[in-house]
Design a protein around this ligand. Structure first.
Ligand code: KG4
Ligand code: ZN
Length: 335
């Protein structure tokens, strides 16, 4: 019998330190330490993120090995996120992986963070069939990807400015909500009615833009609070429902256009914003209407996590794609 392939994977691209263990394509553990420190700054503070990763990385890796019931000596390789992300944060994961690989004498695998968000769909069943479309929406990215294979992805639509997650976070800030605001807006939107008519940005092709929407919402709030200083508090749920509906409709309209253009029936969403209940419901509804097979990752594999890095690394292991000790992190990293 062939020996099992067991990989330890590390994710440290932004403000979550995470480690996971995968054996023969099955994720055995996925441990996360989220950083609370950034809430008070209303955004991620790079220096604080890097320091928090340094504190968390060893306990998180130990917990991932322990939960998976795997010892270091059983590992076939160690994987890490090479980018894109914050340089100081990425460096912690890359340096840790290098020393770990060196001391154990095992190979290293470098993973692209956005590709990993897409490949999170291969962790659980049902798995998408190639080619499929993936709307990858996070705090840093908004892309429609045509996924031909696990190592062949083409960006067919992207944002010209802010990412969808940023649109949630920045409008949430205007409303006085804590960072990151996406999940909070999601929760409040469920209690409200989308009765404020924000208009959909008119952007050509399959691309997106969210900065105009942010300005539109800012002006709207300035106008309304001038007349009624309590406008936000009194209408918070309805404002959240209106913002969420506009963002979700914009994303879905482009995704529907892409599916028609490329005649694809397998459609997935990925990234932190794919945790949004409005987007998840809208994808299911479009799936029924257009007879798509739809794929939504489990919550733990939507926001940043090492399980998706492990899945990506497993494919790379099978392809024999290893890197040497001279590997460097890349804050900007094209697919
Ligand atoms: O993928 P992710 O964890 O990190 C990046 O790679 O950026 O995505 C984080 C983003 C944040 O902007 C956060 O507000 C958003 O995902 N997010 C949500 C929800 N949960 C997380 N946005 C809308 N609704 C949610 N439920
Ligand atoms: Zn991400």
């Amino acid at each position: 019998m062939n020996k099992s392939v067991i990989i330890l994977a590390i994710e440290s691209s932004c403000d979550d330190t995470s480690a996971a263990v995968i054996r023969d394509g099955v994720v055995l553990s996925n441990v996360m330490a989220s950083q609370k420190i950034h809430e008070q700054y209303g955004g991620v503070l790079p220096e604080a993120a890097s320091r928090a990763h340094q504190i968390s990385i060893i306990p998180v890796v130990e917990a991932a090995l322990h939960q998976a019931n795997i010892t270091k000596s059983e590992l076939s390789a160690v994987a890490f996120t090479r980018g894109p992300g914050l340089m100081g944060s990425l460096l912690v994961g890359v340096s840790f992986a290098k020393s770990f690989a060196l001391s154990l004498g095992i190979p290293m695998i470098a993973v692209h963070h956005i590709q990993a968000h897409v490949l999170a769909h291969f962790i659980d069943d049902p798995k998408p069939q190639f080619p499929f479309l993936c709307l990858t929406v996070s705090g840093g990215h908004t892309q429609i990807m045509l996924v031909r294979n696990h190592n062949d992805m083409e960006i067919i639509g992207t944002t010209l400015d802010d990412a969808a997650g940023e649109a949630f976070d920045k409008t949430g800030k205007l409303l006085g909500l804590p960072y990151p605001a996406g999940a909070v807006i999601d929760r409040l939107a469920k209690l409200g009615t989308p009765r404020f008519p924000f208009t959909e940005p008119d952007i050509p092709k399959l691309d997106f833009s969210f900065s105009g929407l942010k300005t539109q919402i800012l002006r709207f709030l300035q106008r309304e609070t001038k007349e009624n200083p309590n406008f936000i508090q009194e209408n918070l749920n309805d404002i959240c429902a209106s913002i969420q509906m506009r963002i979700v409709d914009f994303l879905m309209n482009k995704l529907i256009k892409a599916a028609k253009m490329h005649q694809i029936k397998d459609v997935a969403i990925a990234g932190g914003v794919s945790a949004n209940s409005g987007l998840r419901d809208a994808l299911e509804a479009a799936g029924k209407k257009y007879k798509w097979r739809t794929y939504i990752p489990a919550f733990q594999y939507c926001t940043d996590n090492a399980g998706m890095i492990a899945m990506s690394a497993y494919f790379k292991y099978l392809d024999g794609e290893f890197v040497g000790q001279d590997i460097t992190p890349l804050a900007r990293y094209e697919i």
